[in-house]
Design a protein around this ligand. Structure first.
Ligand code: PLP
Length: 361
């Protein structure tokens, strides 16, 4: 069933088959080889030569890792937010007892490099946290430009990026842009079952972590790195999920990263044009629209429960709006394994639903 929701997304049968291979001990040569290949291939998605830490958790685990590993108790965080997940990361900082300032824009306004430039020199910030693709609103924040401003004005600040719904679907060049951490989850653009967190971490970030006390245990990046170099994890690996990751990364690389990015961009353009043509319009401003999930302005007559019931009868599903913008919007994801033909089918079905509602009225 094509799920046009921003995760968890449909998983290809080949991946489910890979995942159901017999479980093996995580401390074994055979498993270490698989882990090693997966970690090396994952680096290509992050455009990094540093390292990718793979763990059994959802992506939020690495929100916690960032604030615990890179920020001492007397340190300071700059959180950027224009949606639910930016707010979550800020809350993760506060609930870990850290001091954090927030740059917050309206939920349809990107957090720009200019706003960061105004704030970044006001304090000595250990890290800046930014969500690249704010899934709750379909806005893509300009990480490359933000990173450039931070390098210029506050070069010691580590740049931490949540790319939970964009990594592998958009070209995020960790090393070229000088980003220190990019985190993601398995269940979105990577089209894997939920349960794995992946984070690329720079050398300088890891060096900084070594100086920060009370990093905790499970998400201690220094400990994780000490095991990663032995192709392993401190605690038990999610062995079967790593089988799935390994096979999916090979499939992604076979498709070709540029081809994959183009597939997403093409589907995004298709949905954008459709929504504009209908006169419904898009929530996010041009230039900052997500390539993996489109937030469409919802006409008042459109009842999401009725639409999804209609779609479900035809084996499809879209996502409602998020939190405070729920009454005004709905979301169509174009990530994972979805193809242009799936988008055509979905959009034609929504058009048919609209006609039926009009006839009934
Ligand atoms: N960040 C973003 C941008 C997300 O979209 C999500 C989940 O939807 C999360 C963080 C949280 O990820 P997880 O549920 O894997 O912890």
């Amino acid at each position: 069933m094509p799920m046009f929701v921003p995760g968890p997304v449909d998983v290809d049968p080949e991946i489910l088959a890979a995942q159901s291979r017999p479980t093996m001990p995580h401390r074994s040569k055979e498993y270490e080889e698989i882990f090693h290949r997966a970690e090396n291939n994952a680096r290509k998605l992050f455009f990094t030569d540093h390292r990718v830490i793979i763990t059994a958790s959802s992506g939020t685990g690495f929100h916690e890792a960032a604030v615990r590993n890179f920020v001492p108790d007397d340190g300071r965080i700059l959180s950027l937010t224009n949606g639910a997940f930016g707010n979550r990361w800020h809350e993760v900082a506060l609930t870990n007892g850290k001091t954090a300032d927030k740059i917050e824009t309206e939920w349809n306004v990107p957090v720009t490099a200019d706003l960061v430039a105004e704030q970044i020199t006001k304090h000595k910030y250990d890290i800046l946290c930014v969500v690249h693709n704010e899934t709750s609103v379909g806005v893509m924040n300009p990480v490359k430009e933000i990173a450039a401003v931070v390098h210029e004005l506050s070069p010691d600040t580590l740049i931490c990026v949540d790319a939970v719904s964009s990594l592998g679907g958009y070209k995020l060049e960790m090393d070229a842009w000088g980003v220190d951490m990019i985190l993601t989850s398995s269940q979105k653009t990577l089209a894997l079952p939920p349960g794995l967190g992946l984070a690329a971490v720079s050398d300088r970030a890891l060096e900084k972590a070594k100086t920060v006390p009370n990093r905790g245990w499970y998400f201690d990046l220094v400990r994780m790195e000490n095991y990663r170099i032995k192709n392993s994890t401190p605690a038990t690996s999610a062995v079967n999920l790593v089988y799935a990751l390994d096979v999916q990364l090979l499939r992604i690389l076979e498709e070709g990263l540029e081809n994959r990015f183009a597939r997403y961009a093409g589907m995004a353009a298709r949905v954008h044009a459709w929504a504009e043509e209908k006169g419904w319009g898009l929530w996010a401003p041009e230039g900052y629209r997500s390539m993996t999930v489109t937030t469409v302005n919802k006409p008042e007559w459109l009842n999401m429960s009725q639409l999804n019931a209609y779609l479900l009868e035809r084996d499809m599903r879209v996502a409602g709006g998020y939190g405070p913008i729920k009454p005004k919007t709905f979301r169509i994801a174009h990530m994972g394994e979805l193809q242009m033909t799936d988008m055509d089918t979905l959009l034609a079905t929504i058009d048919a639903f609209e006609k039926e509602v009009a006839i009934a009225a």
